[in-house]
Design a protein around this ligand. Structure first.
Ligand SMILES: NC(=O)c1ccc[n+]([C@@H]2O[C@H](COP(=O)([O-])OP(=O)(O)OC[C@H]3O[C@@H](n4cnc5c(N)ncnc54)[C@H](O)[C@@H]3O)[C@@H](O)[C@H]2O)c1
Length: 324
């Protein structure tokens, strides 16, 4: 009995692989390494290949007696998804269909999918729960919503049980500094704040300070990557015990503003974060954070890390690996 982890050499995947191994689970990673780093696997079993290679996927499932899949492999850049939509439909949606068909043929019926709170678009109210309307506002978000629907239909047609984990803003690095986020392509706030604090960019752009929030900047739910990893360990255990598929929001329930993140970084790093307020960016919701009640009830999961833990681990990681 083992787990196939697609995209396991990526940011969230590598932290999850580590948590699964720490929990004593057998696993094999399938990653193209297009955006992943084999070193981040810390010696876990890796097959370099594509999720769309049905023969390879079937062969891995048979050779490793795979009974469960965690599916991280996807593209995730919202802006790029609007300029190159075909790349996203093909990899995120069609790629998942190819993967699912192959694992079903090998007898797998338990699936954990990396979804996103972006399936809800701009929330009408916060905290955001799982019953909020599905309203994607980008091709990327639509690929996640469409994939959730497709996985649901594989439940009807083939008995696939899927936990869709809808992540909020993944951030931070491992607490021991062993692995972290590659900031080369990331447009996420925390790596950009770190770049500014380390002098790798002249200044951080803050998109708008006139939102109706206490300090005028947007509010998000930053979730430590090790807490996210733990949610996957629990989701797999839930499915192995016969638990039903579910949509689960994975967030702390606490919103932090852009200025909160900047101030926490300046305090923890003891370094200035140069920033400039610029115009609002189209499509940025004012405020979004999770209602974590359902994941708590279903998986017994609650976030263990605070924003300070996120900033401390990210600072330790990026200041030691300023080349990536
Ligand atoms: N990072 C976030 O804040 C966030 C939030 C919500 C959802 N997600 C989702 O979580 C998942 C993981 O995100 P991440 O931040 O770790 O991204 P990442 O880019 O670091 O990891 C993705 C991995 O998938 C691999 N990959 C991509 N396409 C592949 C293919 N066709 N075959 C094999 N491997 C392939 C890449 O090489 C990479 O290692 C993605 O599905 C992403 O959409 C991420």
């Amino acid at each position: 009995m083992s787990i196939l982890v697609t995209g396991g050499a990526g940011y969230i995947g590598s932290h999850t692989v580590r948590a699964l191994r720490a929990a004593g689970r057998e696993l094999v990673v399938l990653d193209s390494l297009e955006l992943g780093d084999a070193q981040a696997l810390l010696g876990a079993d890796l097959v370099v290949g594509d999720i769309r290679d049905a023969e390879l996927v079937h062969e891995i499932c048979t050779r490793h007696a795979v009974t469960q899949v965690v599916h991280f492999a996807a593209y995730k850049a919202v802006g790029e998804s609007m300029s190159q939509p075909g790349r996203y439909w093909r990899n995120n949606v069609a790629g998942t269909v190819d993967l699912v068909e192959a694992v079903l043929a090998a007898g797998v019926r338990e699936f954990v999918f990396s979804s996103s709170c972006s399936v809800n678009g701009t929330p009408a109210q916060v905290p955001l729960d799982e019953d909020a309307p599905i309203h994607p506002e980008s091709v990327y978000a639509q690929t996640k919503a469409t994939t959730e629907t497709i996985l649901g239909w594989y439940g009807v047609t083939h008995g696939l049980r899927t936990v869709n984990l809808r992540y909020f803003n993944a951030a931070g690095a491992s607490s021991d500094g062993a692995i972290g986020e590659d900031w080369t392509y990331s447009q996420n706030l925390v790596p950009l704040v770190m770049k500014a604090a380390l002098g790798r960019i002249p200044e951080l752009q803050v998109f708008g300070d006139d939102y109706p929030t206490p300090d005028g900047t947007c509010i998000r739910d930053y979730i430590h990557v090790e807490d996210l990893a733990d949610a996957h360990v629990r989701a797999l255990a839930h499915l192995a015990e016969g638990g039903e598929g579910a949509n689960l929001n994975v967030g702390t329930g606490v919103g932090s503003s852009v200025l909160d993140v900047i101030r926490a970084t300046e305090r923890i790093a003891g370094a200035k974060v140069p920033y400039r307020i610029v115009a609002r960016r189209a499509g940025d919701p004012t405020s979004t954070y999770a209602d974590p009640a359902r994941i708590q009830a279903t998986l017994g999961w609650t976030a263990q890390h605070t924003l300070d833990d996120i900033i401390t681990s990210a600072w330790n990681w990026h200041s030691a690996h300023a080349d990536r």
